[in-house]
Design a protein around this ligand. Sequence first.
Ligand code: PRP
Ligand code: URA
Length: 209
Amino acid sequence: MSNVIYMDHPLIKHKITMLRDERTGTNEFRRLVEEIAMLMGYEALSDMKTRDVEIKTPIEDTVQPVLDGKKPAVVPILRAGLGMVGGILALLPNAKVGHIGMYRDEQTHKPHAYYCKLPSFIEERLIIVVDPMLATGGSLIDAVNEIKSHGGKMIKCMCIIASPEGVAAFSEAHPDVKLYVGALDRCLNENAYICPGLGDAGDRIFGTK
Ligand code: PRP
Ligand code: URA
C-alpha cells in the first residue's frame, strides 16, 4: 500500500519497545509517546514546502528558506491522540490544534464520534492527525471522513502502533492520505486489541483503570 510509510529508525523502535512494556508507568509512558510523536513527525514532515526570504546575518545579506503556507493543524483523536500533540508542537510551535472525539463501543468495536472542532481555513492547512493506535481502523477512517467533510485536503496521519487489518482498512478508505506507522504488529485479538500492542493507550496515558 503506497500510502503507508513505516518508520525504520532505531530510536523509534527502542522507544516503542519501552512503551509496550507493562512495567512502564504513566509518567514515563506519557514522555515516550511525546518523544515518539516528535521523532515520527520529523520524518513525516520532511516534504514540507519552503520559500526563500531575505535576511541579514551579522556578516551579510542572504536569501534563506523558511516554511511556506498557512500554519499547519495538529488534530488528535481523543483521548489517546492528545498524548502525541506536544511532540508535534515541539516541531511546529505555531501550529493550530483541532480535536476530534471518538470512542470505540466495547461490544461492536465501532467508533462513535462525540466531538469535532477544527481550526478555520482548514482547507488551506497541512493537517496532521495523531492517534497512537490503529486497530480496526474505524476511528481514524471516520476522523479523516470528518476532516474531509469540513474541506480538509492536505492530510497526513500518524499512528505509533498499527495492525495489518487497520492499515488495510484505512488504505482502502483513504488511499489519498499518507499514513505514518511507528510499528506494524501481528494481528487483532477477539476484543479488537492489537497484539502484542501496548494495551489501552488512553488508559496508560491518563492513568485510568
Ligand atoms: C483507541 C485509540 C484509537 C482507537 C483505535 O481509542 O486511541 O482512537 O481506540 O481503535 P480502532 O482502530 O479499532 O478504531 P478508544 O476508543 O479506546 O478511546 P480513548 O482514546 O478515549 O481511550
Ligand atoms: N485501542 C487501544 O488503545 N489499544 C488497542 O490495542 C486497540 C485499540
